[in-house]
Design a protein around this ligand. Structure first.
Ligand SMILES: *Cc1c(COP(=O)(O)O)cnc(C)c1O
Length: 454
């Protein structure tokens, strides 16, 4: 084994971490472009980008990266500390201070997320909400204005409607992002800092025209932030024109239903500004991801593509079959979905149309009756919030994840009281699971009289 010098000046016998780049003289970026962008940087697909990204080996040559489970990092020379705090020496050269700032393991997960989304940099946070709130706070100071889609995850909607106006004097105009004129007219030049929307919206599965929305925003100097939680691998918003992509890793990317986590993917200058010791929202508000969690998640990203394909394949099969049963199904893979062609034109090849389906049962009572049978009579899935799990999850959005919105807001957003949001799992065989659905559906019709004659 070669004797190597660790970056902070300690000498030890060990293996140099494979693939580690020598300092190339550019210390503006926490993640140098050289490390981030695959050599043939023609964007093909997120899976190709992930495979081309730097692979981190363990400290002892392990195939997996080591977990840097340290809150703080030592130096050999007192002068090194001063240079780190002045910003002269940073994580791009493997100099670390304290893990709320940068932790090598969390940074590696951020690199994977950046590769996945095709952005220059990425950083991971303790939740999706902290990624979202930190980005908004970083880009939008007091008095700033946001234009946002009127259909958003309930937490984000509440953040923009209630919390940010009260706590920070940041105000939002909500628009139908399908109406490009309305979006354009809502932007107040000089005042509007960002345009915020979801690539595929929660819960109505409306697909955003990312290239057009980005063009409109950029014409007026507005930054585009896209929540891509519903469509990792399927859509790559940054490659379609968006500036920043945020994620709730909690959902598909984790896939285990066991971890709350988030990510911000965007230009290195934004990620660096969010970690600034004086002005950084991530640094100063501190929604830090634990290194052990980062390691765990990093092991799941390599099979995200396979999982997404199977989520999507089954969702497509169910949606087609449900429609044949006469149910009112909303699924972007169906030709009758208003943005079916749009999604087809934007999506990465061969993943499909997303892992979520909505069934509009019109009333909450009917929605509840169907979910009851699906869970308790045939074990088709679980009644639970969230998405991206290997089991199918179902919830009635109006009375659960979108209950932060008042009834009028829900009506405007097109969330019917009987809307069931279904996150399609991949456990079991397709035929086994579909027969469970059919069984529950016919039981429901027997018990409740002729369901569609009500
Ligand atoms: C769940 C979710 C969030 C919030 O993420 P957390 O990880 O729960 O904080 C944000 N946006 C969307 C679209 C979500 O589904």
């Amino acid at each position: 084994m070669a004797e190597t010098k660790n970056p902070q000046g300690l000498v030890f016998a060990g293996k140099k971490r494979a693939g580690q780049d020598e300092f190339d003289g550019n210390d503006d970026f926490i993640v140098t472009k050289k490390a981030m962008v695959p050599p043939s940087s023609v964007w093909e697909d997120p899976a190709a980008a992930l495979a081309a990204a730097r692979h981190e080996f363990g400290e002892h040559g392990g195939v997996n990266m080591s977990i840097e489970a340290s809150a703080m990092f030592t130096v050999m020379e007192p002068e090194t500390m001063r240079r780190m705090f002045s910003g002269e020496l940073g994580p791009d050269r493997d100099f670390f201070i304290y893990s709320r700032h940068f932790n090598p393991t969390v940074l590696n997960l951020g690199r994977q997320m950046a590769a996945l989304e095709g952005t220059e940099a990425g950083y991971c946070t303790a939740s999706g909400m902290s990624a979202i709130s930190s980005v908004i706070l970083q880009l939008c100071g007091s008095g700033g204005h946001v234009v946002a889609s009127r259909i958003l995850y309930g937490g984000t909607h509440a953040l923009l409607t209630h919390f940010l106006p009260r706590a920070c004097n940041i105000n939002t105009t909500f628009v139908d992002i399908g109406d490009l004129e309305a979006v354009k007219n809502s932007i107040v030049e000089g005042k509007t800092k960002l345009l915020y929307f979801e690539s595929i919206s929660n819960p109505t599965l409306t697909v955003a025209n990312i290239p057009e929305l980005s063009r409109i925003a950029h014409e007026k100097g507005v930054t585009v932030v896209v929540d891509n939680t519903f469509a990792p691998m399927v859509l790559s918003p940054a490659k379609l024109g968006a500036d920043v992509v945020v994620h709730s890793i909690t959902k598909f990317i984790s896939g285990g239903g066991d971890i709350i986590a988030g990510a911000v993917c965007g230009p290195a200058s934004l990620v660096n500004s969010m970690m600034d010791l004086q002005q950084g929202a991530l640094m100063l508000l501190g929604p830090t991801m634990n290194a052990k969690v980062a390691f765990e998640l990093s092991e799941r990203i390599p099979h995200l593509g396979l999982r997404m394909k199977e989520h999507c394949r089954r969702a497509m099969a169910y949606a087609t079959n449900m429609k044949k049963l006469g149910l009112k199904v909303i699924y972007p893979g169906l030709e009758d979905h208003p943005q079916h062609e749009l999604l087809k034109s934007m999506a990465n090849k061969d993943y499909g149309f997303g892992g979520l389906i909505c069934i509009d049962m019109e009333t909450e009572e009917k929605a509840n009756r169907l979910m009851h049978h699906l869970q308790n009579c045939s074990q088709f899935g679980f009644m639970a919030v969230s998405l991206g799990y290997y089991e199918t999850l179902m919830s009635c959005s109006g009375s659960s994840t979108s209950s932060e919105m008042d009834p009028e807001e829900r009506a405007v957003a097109g969330i019917s009281p009987g809307l069931i949001r279904m996150s399609v799992g991949y456990l079991g065989t397709l035929s086994q699971k579909w027969s469970q659905f059919e069984k529950a559906f016919s039981k429901m019709q027997e018990s409740g009289g002729l369901f569609y004659k009500n």
